[in-house]
Design a protein around this ligand. Structure first.
Ligand SMILES: [Zn+2]
Length: 82
């Protein structure tokens, strides 16, 4: 009887651990993919100057500036160097 309870508890703990590990593995895979993408985009890092700021050409966010180029989160226009 006790052995059966322990066995079922052990099984439950095992399956929980496994799914947790799968999740962690998926997270790791995602992080790896993101890291790879960053490496692939590495050529662009030469053009990213940390001392410059980027802002929407329409300033539709009323001021916020970014340290990386990219589309404006509001209107989607490519941000300009200030
Ligand atoms: Zn904008």
């Amino acid at each position: 009887m006790i052995a059966a309870v322990v066995a079922s508890l052990g099984f439950t703990a095992c399956s929980v651990d496994t799914s947790g590990m799968e999740e962690a593995a998926n997270d790791l895979e995602k992080q790896l993919e993101e890291a790879k993408e960053e490496i692939q985009e590495g050529g662009d890092t030469d053009t990213i100057d940390p001392s410059v700021s980027y802002q929407c050409p329409d300033d539709c966010e009323n001021g916020p500036v970014y340290d990386k180029p990219g589309p404006c989160v509001k209107c989607g226009k490519e941000m300009e160097i200030l």
